[in-house]
Design a protein. Structure first.
Length: 326
């Protein structure tokens, strides 16, 4: 019975959520980006910006005139992405910087190197992630989904907050965008067992990491408002998108996915549209603590609005990454 609860239920919840998303995508068109204002002089960091939705986000922001820093752990892939963007547009600038979100040391080194450039930072898009990987640990001993998808971004965001604050101003806030997923609706968060040590399920671990990102977004925004900082934080849900994230599906699931993906999945460019909108649209100026799906404000899961859980996760996360709680 315990195995049923901790292993099978997360799988059922995830696929039920996926089925609902596919139904929505069957009957609703993908969000079409409006004409966005120029972003000349603004600087963005996009984690996982060399492939999939991250690449589409990076290329679009660069085409608006932004200086985009693609942060990733595959140098050849990152440099190829930069070259392609620079060949496509002369409006903005793209560069690659190495970042391994599965290593807290690498996160700290990335922030040091970025700050040494003396650049402002107007947009941080926490896009990188892994999905349904077999049980593995990060360099620091954290379960991989929780450590890379959430904790690495938690530390990165906190270490860059001072730069984001200095770069924002009234009427033109800096923006933090956390890329979550509809799977967070099926996520559960056990603060006493964040590593899944008692019973590991990749489906549950992935959903938990995406729920943690939404909880983090809301609590971060409350803290920013309390200080009257010119920074906003929002979570976005790209929908079901045909990217390499699905490479860890089981063989039968991969076979079943292929025809469904051709018919119902969003393209990487379509999946990136809401994150791009959150990063650059005038309509989102000054708006924080939102969960955006298909270009619209949407209600996230009931548990994601639990302020006590948000605060407890924040304190626990600070302890895990070695940050002061204040």
């Amino acid at each position: 019975m315990r195995w049923l609860v901790c292993f099978l239920l997360p799988i059922v919840r995830l696929y039920l959520v996926g089925f609902k998303v596919l139904l929505y995508q069957l009957f609703n068109r993908s969000f079409a980006l409006p004409v966005l204002p120029r972003q000349n002089g603004r600087v963005a960091i996009v984690t996982g910006g060399a492939r999939g939705m991250g690449f589409e986000t990076s290329r679009h922001l660069a085409s608006l005139g932004m200086h985009v820093v693609i942060a990733g752990n595959e140098e050849d892939e990152g440099l190829a992405a930069v070259k392609k963007i620079q060949e496509e547009t002369d409006q903005g600038k793209a560069e690659f910087m190495y970042l391994d979100l599965a290593s807290l040391k690498s996160v700290r080194q990335f922030v040091q190197r970025f700050k040494a450039k003396g650049l402002p930072l107007h947009v941080l898009i926490n896009n990188a992630g892994v999905m349904l990987v077999p049980e593995r640990k990060t360099e620091d001993g954290f379960e991989l989904h929780f450590g890379l998808n959430y904790l690495g971004h938690f530390l990165l965001t906190n270490l860059l907050l001072d730069t984001l604050r200095k770069s924002g101003q009234s009427g033109q806030c800096s923006r933090i965008i956390n890329v979550s997923s509809a799977t967070h609706y099926g996520g559960r968060l056990d603060l006493s067992d964040l590593q899944g040590g008692s019973c590991y399920c990749a489906h549950g671990a992935y959903s938990q990491s995406k729920l943690a990102l939404v909880l983090f977004t809301y609590h971060l925004q409350e803290r920013l408002w309390a200080r009257a900082d010119p920074v906003t934080a929002n979570a976005v849900d790209p929908g079901m998108v045909d990217t390499a994230l699905y490479e860890n599906l089981s063989s039968p699931a991969k076979l079943a996915k292929k025809p469904v993906a051709r018919l119902l999945f969003r393209t990487p460019a379509e999946g990136a549209s809401t994150a791009i909108y959150a990063a650059a649209a005038s309509e989102v100026e000054g708006a924080g603590g939102l969960y955006l799906y298909n270009g619209r404000k949407t209600e996230s899961s009931v548990i994601s609005y639990d302020e006590q859980l948000q605060a407890r996760l924040w304190m626990k996360s600070c302890a895990l990454v070695g940050l002061q709680k204040a």
